[in-house]
Design a protein around this ligand. Sequence first.
Ligand SMILES: Cc1ncc(COP(=O)(O)O)c(C=O)c1O
Length: 380
Amino acid sequence: MTSNLKNQFILDPNLIFLNHGSFGACPKSVMENLRSWQNRMEKEPVQFFESDIFKLLESSRKALGNFVGCEGDDLVFYPNPTHAVNAVARSLNLKIGDEVLGTNHIYGALDYTWKQVCKNMGAKFIKAELPLLIKSKAEFLDLFFSYVSDKTRVIFISHITSMTAMIFPVEDIIQSAKEKDILTIIDGAHVPGHLPLNITELDPDIYTGACHKWMCAPKGTSFLYVRKNMQNDIMPPVISWGWEGELSKTSLFLNRHEWQGTRDMTPFLVVPEAIKFLNENNWQERSKLNRKLVISARNQFLEFFNVEPICPDDWLGQMATIELPIENPLEFKQSLLEKYNIQIPIISWENFTGLRYSVHFYNSEDDLNKLIAAVKELLH
Ligand SMILES: Cc1ncc(COP(=O)(O)O)c(C=O)c1O
């Protein structure tokens, strides 16, 4: 049995941390690497910003491209997926009556983004209502595509959903969308470092992922991938140096997106160190073991509550959401923290209240056993 890596993380050793999904958590080595980049920046800021930064970003992009299966020049760093999706959504030339198709499992902040952008452009944001108790991929895809019309221009979908923690069949969605000439924008916030990812094979038009979640990179490290033939159509949120291509990088896309005014870009430079940490600790093997823990805990919860699973086992990775029969989510979350030292999110989504637990490098079966025991005790 592989031991967990809790002592390699900065996390409070007394805390049972089952919420990697919200903001991630960093290993000590990753934070040391961040501090060393920041020291280098502060030692000679002019050298750092005027001479070094673009080369350093390039090697970080290459390492990330290698990890997520695309060319390093086809992605740019962004602080978070919300920034990245905002840049993309506002760049689309939607016409009056065009439709953007999302789902009711969309991340809340991006629901706001699409609603507002569509309103501004006179387009419609349609959300496919995908109920819980998903039984099969075929049923899911039939229902999702029943919302496509001859006005659908864009599909925006989570690869792993935030509230319900499900892995959606984005491969099939991208394939069918291509046949229908619909643009695909995939929200992979939870995917890098969680599932093996090869963007080139998936072949979406646009993909965003967070490095600060499951890759354990410093907060504010995410990326935006754009297929080559669309790169000149996507505008950065800030128009700055590079706009006319004068920074002489390999593409207008990189020229326009990499310099967004003076800002701290050192978290982006830590990505190779985060990848080293993942690889040195056999992340793919650990991920499989963690998934087993997730499913075994889910089975115990399902038996205790005597309820149906909201999706099949193979729709889960290292996170799961379990329905909770409680009236006061905030109070329940506080009790778990104050009485049992368990940090975990309680989800309120549509009419559903649930507990979403995440399992990563620093967790053990014991953490989940303590969670199950605490939930049972609080509900009795
Ligand atoms: C599915 C999904 N998309 C996007 C995000 C974006 O996160 P942020 O608010 O950091 O941009 C999250 C964050 O948890 C998420 O779960």
